[in-house]
Design a protein around this ligand. Structure first.
Ligand code: FMN
Length: 186
């Protein structure tokens, strides 16, 4: 699938059929994650693959009762260890860069899942302490950024509203309107 097709056609999918997702597809999605850019190429991310129905249910409860999550075939949890980033970049590393790295990996995973014919959704509304307890994640200096439920889709959501480019893009200076035919000086 062409990269623009994947970007424009991907949707958050929250309904799945019961067909299990093959482990080689999970591996490919994880591979896409680890090829994302990361600060200083530190690659501080880690992933947990969850298939157990009881644990998926617990995770959906920790995600403020988003029970649809438990209907997915697999949930991939995205974590970062923060030691090396904090050592290298201080507070900014801890507050921002770990989140950027996780987000880049997550977006790669969503696009990879879509291009493999799978549905997925970025889920970050959850009780982190509860998620750590369920997954036995150490509490110190590790962040849980997202749960990514994956499955064969039972829905094809229509595209939600997006703001137009010209309302969110400036040319040269903040506040100066950018229009599609702005000269490019090429
Ligand atoms: C940081 C972040 C957190 C999100 N958390 C949730 C969530 O907890 N539950 C959920 O159903 N969707 C969640 N979403 C998905 C958004 O609702 C979705 O991306 C948005 O509505 C746009 O729809 P689209 O992904 O189909 O383009 C989250 C997305 C992001 C980027």
């Amino acid at each position: 699938m062409d990269v623009f097709e994947a970007i424009f056609d991907r949707r958050s999918v929250r309904r799945f059929i019961t067909k299990p997702v093959e482990e080689n597809k999970v591996a490919k999605i994880l591979d896409a994650a680890r090829w994302a850019p990361s600060i200083g190429n530190l690659q501080e991310w880690e992933f947990i693959v969850v298939r157990d129905p009881g644990r998926k249910l617990q995770l959906s409860e920790a995600a403020v009762g988003q029970y649809w999550i438990a209907q997915s075939s697999v949930i991939i949890i995205v974590l970062t260890k923060n030691d090396r980033i904090t050592r290298a970049y201080g507070r900014k590393g801890q507050d921002f860069y770990v989140k950027y790295d996780a987000a880049a990996a997550i977006q790669n995973m969503l696009l990879a899942a879509h291009s493999l014919g799978l549905g997925a959704c970025w889920v970050s509304v959850f009780d982190e302490i509860a998620v750590k307890r369920i997954l036995k994640v150490p509490t110190n200096n590790i962040d849980v950024h997202a749960l990514i439920p994956l499955g064969y889709p039972a829905e094809k959501p229509s595209p939600p509203h997006r703001l137009g480019l010209e309302g969110i893009t400036f040319f040269e200076e903040y506040g100066q309107r950018w229009v599609k035919d702005t000269p490019k000086f090429l």
